[in-house]
Design a binder for this molecule. Structure first.
Ligand SMILES: Cc1cc2nc3c(=O)[nH]c(=O)nc-3n(C[C@H](O)[C@H](O)[C@H](O)COP(=O)(O)OP(=O)(O)OC[C@H]3O[C@@H](n4cnc5c(N)ncnc54)[C@H](O)[C@@H]3O)c2cc1C
Ligand code: FES
Length: 350
């Protein structure tokens, strides 16, 4: 279900990114409440094509603001439109906030957090950072933030203000790949080997309680590998968000499905039926049959297309969004699920 929201303000953050704040009507405040780290899905028609894209909220739940940042990607359809054409007063259709990447704070906590972001990956991280600093006076945060240069660093001024405001609780390390950083530790690309040195020098993994990572897939996977295999860090304490993903080692080669299957699904309280052809995903089949099934990335990353399987057998090609617990409880990503049984029962209402 999408709602058309007016753009309250749009502002250049760097030469290649804009922030967009939406006006939330009073009757939708509850619908658009969120946790720090979650994202919105935007639906808009650009040059005659309906696009759906997800953007992490950079504002905090307590600020009452609904704000995202869109970084322009070369030849990117929506990000180029947002950076060059979108203006205050325009309307965009928004799905309600979603996602499993979020922080839950507690005033009593005395935790040590490490946050790692690269480029536009700062958007959910800054929301998480502000929430921790404001809600947990006895916790500390190390932020490792990689960019090409200070000029292209989204929210640099805001983070510098936080350093002044929370100087006992916050340590920030800017790492630049195209200009010299403040020391040899702060120059170069932010990836596993660099992080190994940074962790050892500034944030020993054994003294760290939780780690939040948002950046390119290669960087993220190399850091997780480092944490789990070199530092024996508990994987349940590592949280990460990917904005885009290539096929990963989590991908499984699919069994060849034969013929077609009949699907019966509940969607927005109604029962719908459609046929899933062989080698078609549940999402593709449902959309071609004209049903408004929720989706965004179509790559197994965002989780917007999540559904639950009642009867029947499916197999997912690529799953980044769902945890093992969710999969055990019957959740699947409809954009990645091929049907292996003659019929299937699905629920998109949960
Ligand atoms: C959960 C989630 C949260 C996200 N949050 C943000 C956010 O806060 N800010 C933000 O700017 N983006 C965010 N994204 C990415 C965003 O949804 C779009 O993918 C991105 O803006 C590109 O869309 P586009 O239409 O401009 O590019 P497209 O026209 O879809 O793609 C153009 C080309 O760029 C590649 N591409 C797509 N995304 C990226 C990327 N991020 N980096 C490099 N290459 C890419 C595509 O593979 C394609 O080859 C998020 C994605 C997800 C799944
Ligand atoms: S649409 Fe994003 S995971 Fe399926």
């Amino acid at each position: 279900m999408h709602h058309s929201l007016r753009i309250k303000g749009i502002q250049k953050e760097t030469s290649e990114s804009v922030s967009i704040e939406f006006e939330v009507p009073s009757d939708l405040i509850e619908e658009f409440s969120f946790k720090s780290g979650q994202f919105l899905t935007l639906k808009h028609t650009v040059n005659g094509e309906e696009l759906r894209r997800s953007y992490s909220l950079c504002s905090t739940p307590k600020s009452g603001k609904l704000k995202v940042v869109v970084k322009q990607i070369q030849n990117g359809k929506f990000s180029t439109f947002a950076n060059t054409k979108l203006k205050t007063g325009d309307h965009i259709e928004l799905g309600k906030p979603a996602g499993n990447f979020f922080v839950e704070t507690n005033k009593q906590n005395q935790k040590s957090y490490t946050l790692i972001a690269a480029g536009s990956g700062i958007t959910p991280i800054i929301s998480i950072l502000k929430t921790i600093l404001n809600d947990e006076p006895n916790s500390t945060v190390n932020l490792f933030y990689g960019n090409k240069s200070p000029e292209l660093t989204i929210f640099k001024n805001k983070i510098d203000e936080l350093i002044t405001q929370f100087n006992n609780n916050l340590n920030v390390h800017y790492i630049y790949s195209k200009t010299k950083g403040e020391s040899r530790f702060h120059s170069g690309r932010l990836e596993g080997r660099k992080l190994k040195k940074l962790f050892k020098k500034f944030a020993p993994a054994h003294s760290c309680d939780e780690i939040f990572i948002c950046g390119p897939q290669e960087m993220t996977l190399s850091i997780i590998d480092l944490l789990e295999n070199k530092f024996n860090f508990n994987s349940s304490k590592i949280h990460y968000e990917l904005f885009t993903a290539k096929t990963t080692e989590k991908s499984v080669p699919l069994k060849k499905s034969k013929g077609s299957s009949s699907a019966t699904a509940t969607l927005n309280g109604e029962t719908i039926e459609f046929v899933v052809k062989k080698n078609e995903s549940i999402l593709e089949a449902g959309l071609s049959a004209g049903h408004d099934i929720p989706f965004s990335c179509q790559g197994g990353v965002c989780g917007v297309c999540k559904c639950f399987i009642g009867d029947g057998k499916v197999e997912m090609e690529n799953n980044i969004a769902l945890s093992d617990d969710e999969v055990s409880s019957g959740a699947v990503l409809s954009c990645q699920a091929k049907v292996l049984s003659p019929s299937i029962k699905i629920s998109f209402d949960y």
